[in-house]
Design a binder for this molecule. Structure first.
Ligand SMILES: [Ca+2]
Ligand SMILES: [Ca+2]
Length: 167
């Protein structure tokens, strides 16, 4: 092979590689975990209040996790338990707008599936308007908590969503 042909060949090889990477839809950004058609990011290094956590996910072109099915719920719970994580993790559920009317942030719709820990939501002191997965005796089932508390949180985005912002 002449030097020119060799360069040409390498160029084609490189182009093919780039094309394969660009058309590869089935991976999450680095650090995110894939399940079904969603990617999840568990944020434990910078606990935030619920509003800030919502904005944080938004900046990542994601949302605070919204749990539509028992399979998704179990996946999250088992991951949290498996990693021996503790404390609370904000989810994208609140009754900030109307007390007692819980809605997912992105759809503004009431949950069709829910997994409240027995006795929750209890709205203790009439202050608890934000949803969390709570560890310990709650086993990461759902609880309502004071929105201004700082908690870990989980972002969720569609697998084929905009990932360009993620470094
Ligand atoms: Ca979801
Ligand atoms: Ca509660």
């Amino acid at each position: 092979m002449s030097s020119d042909n060799e360069h040409h060949f390498l160029y084609i090889l490189l182009l093919s590689a780039v094309t394969v990477v660009a058309s590869q839809p089935s991976s999450c950004p680095h650090g995110w975990i894939l399940r079904g058609s969603s990617c999840y990011l568990f944020i434990t290094s910078t606990p935030e209040d619920w509003m800030t956590a919502t904005s944080y996910c938004d900046i990542l072109h994601a949302k605070l996790v919204e749990i539509e099915t028992v399979a998704e719920d179990e996946f999250l719970r088992l991951h949290l338990l498996d990693k021996k994580l503790t404390g609370g993790f904000w989810i994208g559920l609140s009754d900030i707008a109307v007390e007692g009317e819980w809605i997912w942030t992105s759809t503004q719709e009431s949950p069709t599936y829910s997994d409240w820990f027995p006795g929750q939501p209890d709205n203790i002191k009439h202050l608890q308007d934000c949803g969390q997965l709570l560890g310990g005796t709650y086993g990461f089932h759902w609880d309502d908590e004071i929105c201004t508390r700082t908690k870990n949180f989980i972002c969720e985005k569609e697998l084929n969503g905009d990932v360009s912002i993620i470094g």
